[in-house]
Ligand binder design. Sequence first.
Ligand code: CP
Length: 314
Amino acid sequence: MKHSLVSIANLDKQKINYLLSMAEEFEQHPNRKILDGRVVATLFFEPSTRTRLSFETAANRLGARVIGFTDPKVTSSSKGETLKDTIMMVSNYADVIVMRHFLEGAALYASEVSPVPVVNAGDGANQHPSQTMLDLYSIYKTQGTLEGLHITLVGDLKYGRTVHSLIMAMRHFNPTFHFIAPRELAMPEEYKIYCREHGINFEENEEFDEDVIAQADILYMTRVQRERFTDLMEYERVKDVYILKRQMLAKAKDNLRILHPLPRVNEIAYDVDEDPHAYYFQQAQNGLYAREAIICDCLGITLDDVKADQTILG
Ligand code: CP
């Protein structure tokens, strides 16, 4: 059945595992014509590199065509067209809409008015469910399990939609979270309440050093997001508060993997890229397989359909 993907909170454990299996299948054979004749629209009201390009690559590799925009200033929304009217128009042309918007709740609203499925590619500081699916896939691939892991989230935990979505998804897998943030960017109370309500262990700290890293299976670094600050003086105060340097990995567990949704600004030193614990570029590559799975699932194409598909290319 066709459906939208607005929030990771709507996916149960079975559905998450199912989408991970589908991503695995697409990693085996990313090039197919299973979406031949379909049109995928990518509407990006906010800048993006990875999310847009990996969704568009996913659509292209599966044989769909892509329409869309990367800058709302070149669309009629700059003339005052409402989001509803934009969605209604695009749904005349496309089978599925992938949308990033600066307003929290925009994806939910779009999904309510749209006759075709809407995939939330990030709505303000709220949710980024496709990022979470690729994060889960990356964690599963590197750890061999999603169960019982120590996950350390570092940086902008206030505005970081990727960490908010990750917490919600991990509720099924008995994690222990370590929240490392300056006071100004601490994890919002609503997510701590969510953890308590769902029996998720967490601790909070402002210190970030090699002893903190030594406990982690996953070290999830985040960028301090300049675009979310109304007070730029505050941004200047906190922007470089945590910088991961290679020597800080001296006591890291062998299985530790460093994730980052990217883009990075200054929070991971470049020498970390050469360290075997670094996984952020492979993580971005996993986005292709996770997004192939998401597009198909939203269009009602099942894992059995994918496995039975005879259009594999090369
Ligand atoms: N991770 C992520 O959302 O990156 P982009 O902003 O480049 O899409």
